[in-house]
Ligand binder design. Sequence first.
Ligand code: ATP
Ligand code: PRP
Length: 213
Amino acid sequence: MTETLTIALSKGRILEESLPLLAHAGIAPLDHPDTSRKLVLDTSDAAVKLVILRATDVPTYVEYGAADVGVAGKDVLLEHGGEGLYEPLDLGIARCRMMVAGFPGANAGRGKVRVATKFVNIARRYFAEQGRQVETIKLYGSMELAPMAGLSDLIVDLVDTGNTLRANGLEPLEHVAEISARLIVNKAAMKMKHRRIKAFTQCLAGAVGKRAA
Ligand code: ATP
Ligand code: PRP
């Protein structure tokens, strides 16, 4: 019997950059995810479905087995905690860096600083490892506004071109982590659907290799 596969993806960057990799594995959504309002999409492979989620919900769906596999940014995985998942493949897409940023010369060394971020767990861990005392403030977006508005001294956010920081008078100050999207796999599914998931992972790895070549 054909083993079914449910793949969790998030709209936007991850979906856009994952579709060519999935195509290499013979998987193409039948409805276009950007125009369809469906959250479960059938694909060209009758045994494969895509579920379209918020980026931060992808690890949760995969961890609990509501999806067998998924694609999630390393930022989301570091924030979520990766213990409940396998992470067999770096897909090399949605590349950026997690940075501490602030106004030029913003000094994190003096007294207790306030750090605004969507990534409070990553930020706390990063500053704690350095023995620096910070107060983290949880935001859900537009982190670059926080120093200008006097909400925080620093932010921890994703940086690619640096355009968003520059446009708001900020600069990258410290490198926290290199980020790219990863294939994640539910632990039970890895056992129960081993052949299917192994073949799928190998196809994706081939596509990643071709992309890099
Ligand atoms: P949501 O809109 O649901 O809050 P999001 O804004 O994090 O999620 P995207 O902006 O599509 O969703 O980002 C998805 C992933 O892409 C992030 O988790 C990160 O790994 C990566 N990413 C985010 N910003 C950039 C960027 N500027 N350049 C490259 N990759 C990025
Ligand atoms: C991400 C991130 C930064 C920006 C960095 O936001 O949160 O704001 O990209 O990219 P840059 O260095 O190339 O300017 P995104 O574009 O995903 O917007 P969103 O978080 O509001 O979805």
